[in-house]
Design a protein around this ligand. Structure first.
Ligand SMILES: [Zn+2]
Length: 301
């Protein structure tokens, strides 16, 4: 923990506030401006602009299919830092967001036709557009849902049995599935990874990670029964006192942020707040360096 604080260089460790009053009276975030992207051609017309997943994108069945969980998450992180859209890995997260890994989409997911990469009329970002059916492959962030389980003034952590981050500790969490709510997904992931039946109590944190197109929603939860056991992706599950949380052996920045916020809340007021924030990876840092980030736009209630 000390190491993290020293690296991040603030007394609170990792929190910076960047909101300001909005002209209309509300609050708004200070946004980073994106570099405008040039287009080789924007004169074509496109037949579909659906931004939502369509039925053809859905899995045949929604039931009990194990999510790709953090395996895909980490691969996404790694890929994103290997210049997914031709930009430098040291560029800002905003420039990454401009195209995501659109240029890696070479074939249409609906008809199999070849795609071209252009800015559609009326839009600002490069998209993969099917040259046959004209549909546009929009890419949107994924939701990762999980539980921070409180029990006897301890929190439940799982030691990963899979790469990446094999042997490191995490909260039970994974990708939300189509057909379930965020809370349902968090409960499911907790059952799958920690063999624990939980009741969700309240939302604790929403953490956006723009660089890799992910949003975490972590719920506070309690055990329905005082029982848990490691699932297929966990080596071990264990309750940790606040002061014993293995901050030097956590798997992901998002988990580090979540647990540090939680411990800070508990030590300051004896109860957790709700937190919103954006985790921005430090330019040029390795995906495995989970302490190389800043928490921006941090709001709490
Ligand atoms: Zn097509």
């Amino acid at each position: 923990m000390l190491k993290a604080m020293q690296i991040l260089g603030s007394s609170s460790g990792f929190v910076s506030h960047r909101w300001r009053p909005h002209n209309s009276g509300g609050l708004s975030f200070i946004s980073k401006s994106a570099k405008p992207l040039s287009s080789s051609s924007s004169s074509s017309s496109y037949s579909s602009c659906s931004r939502s997943p369509t039925a053809s994108l859905l899995s045949p069945g929604f039931s009990a299919r194990k999510s790709r969980c953090f395996r895909a998450f980490r691969m996404s992180a790694i890929n994103s830092e290997l210049n997914p859209d031709g930009t430098s890995s040291s560029s800002s997260s905003t420039s990454f967001q401009s195209t995501g890994n659109t240029r890696k989409i070479n074939f249409c997911q609906w008809c199999g036709g070849q795609t071209k990469h252009e800015i559609p009329d009326g839009e600002e970002k490069i998209r993969a557009i099917c040259t046959i059916c004209g549909r546009i492959a929009y890419q949107n962030p994924k939701m990762v849902v999980g539980c921070l389980i409180e029990h006897d003034n301890k929190v439940l952590l799982c030691k990963r049995k899979i790469e990446p981050s094999y042997g490191l500790w995490t909260l039970p969490a994974g990708y939300m599935e189509i057909g379930e709510s965020a809370a349902e997904g968090a409960i499911r992931e907790t059952w799958e990874e920690a063999g624990a039946e939980v009741e969700v109590l309240s939302p604790f944190a929403q953490l956006d990670i723009p660089l890799i197109g992910q949003t975490y929603i972590i719920f506070l939860a309690k055990l329905k029964k005082p029982q848990f056991s490691p699932g297929p992706e966990s080596l071990e599950c264990r309750l940790y006192d606040f002061d014993d949380i293995p901050f030097d052996s956590l798997a992901f920045s998002s988990i580090l942020v979540t647990l540090k916020l939680y411990v800070e809340d508990m030590k300051a007021a004896g109860r957790p707040k709700f937190h919103y924030g954006t985790i921005n990876k430090r330019p040029g840092s390795k995906p495995s360096d989970i302490q190389a980030y800043t928490l921006d736009y941090h709001l709490q209630s």
